[in-house]
Design a protein around this ligand. Structure first.
Ligand SMILES: Nc1ncnc2c1ncn2[C@@H]1O[C@H](COP(=O)(O)OP(=O)(O)OP(=O)(O)O)[C@@H](O)[C@H]1O
Ligand SMILES: CC(C)(CO)[C@@H](O)C(=O)NCCC(=O)O
Ligand SMILES: [K+]
Length: 244
């Protein structure tokens, strides 16, 4: 049994896996980390491994308290991945993006794959059919867009996510919702069109905290899997065990 932990920029997500099956999912804040892990381990006493991908400011030290009970693996760039990294700055590539690319490579062999993670940031990661990771894009996520509009202006209120009534926003609130939500959707549809125009035989994986909200609004139909990062983390760990 494996406890996989994804430390994002906003919150922490965790899943307990028995082989490839998810037994339970958890979401919590950074300040609850130790307490929550303790609780999970009390419930799932057969956990043998704790595996972590962190892009947040939570380091390996935060997990050492559990070293006596289980084997801890904190993913870094030094790990073995199933793709060839063609990013020109491989050491600055986010470990979450590497895990997503790894999951896409392992789950969808021999095809072009685009992973879109709609989280704090939106990340686009492209792995071609020869398993070369080429790169992608990073842009502000939904909530970040709402916050940026508010934080960097004098007159724009901080709104929470709401579906716009029309692309023609007829009030300040509707104009913001249209700009944020429609802008987000147009951006993603635009990127997908660009990739589709250039690559045949390819699959799109949509994940992240806003994946479900987004999936039904895209022109392109894509299957959303909110748990793709954690599933990929578990698979990358199995790959590491098989190939180390
Ligand atoms: N309870 C919540 N707290 C924060 N964001 C949430 C929540 N529920 C849904 N969201 C949406 O999820 C998005 C953040 O995604 P996610 O939770 O995947 O980010 P994260 O935990 O910071 O991970 P990452 O840094 O890997 O993107 C926000 O844009 C927001 O609209
Ligand atoms: C882009 C984020 C913030 C998305 O979580 C993360 O992957 C990260 O910090 N990346 C580092 C920069 C890069 O991937 O090139
Ligand atoms: K993300």
């Amino acid at each position: 049994m494996v406890l996989a932990i994804d430390v994002g920029n906003t919150r922490i997500k965790a899943s307990v896996f028995e082989d490839n099956t998810v037994l339970e999912n958890f979401v919590f804040e950074k300040n609850e980390l130790e307490k929550k892990i303790k609780k999970i381990l009390e419930k799932f006493q057969n956990c043998s491994d704790l595996i972590v991908a962190s892009v947040g400011n939570v380091e390996k030290q935060s997990f050492l308290a559990f070293e006596k009970e289980l084997n801890i693996h904190f993913f870094t760039h030094e790990d073995i991945f199933p793709f060839t990294n063609k990013y020109s700055t491989p050491k600055t590539l986010g470990i979450d993006r590497m895990i997503l690319a790894s999951g896409a490579t392992l789950q969808f062999p021999k095809q072009n794959r685009l992973v879109i993670d709609a989280g704090t940031c939106i990340t686009y990661d492209f792995i071609d059919e020869n398993d070369n990771y080429l790169g992608g894009a990073i842009s502000p996520g939904l909530r970040l867009r709402y916050e940026a509009l508010h934080n960097f202006t004098a007159r724009l209120p901080l709104l929470t996510l709401d579906a716009p009534e029309s692309y023609i926003g007829d009030s300040t609130a509707q104009a913001i919702h249209s700009g944020v939500v429609n802008g987000f959707v147009y951006e993603i549809d635009g990127f997908i069109d660009e990739y589709q125009g250039n690559f045949a035989n390819f699959i799109i994986i949509l994940t992240g905290g806003d994946a479900e909200f987004l999936a039904k609004r895209l022109k392109n139909t894509i299957f959303a899997n909110s748990n793709f990062l954690l599933e990929s983390l578990n698979q990358t760990f199995q790959y590491k065990i098989d190939n180390d």
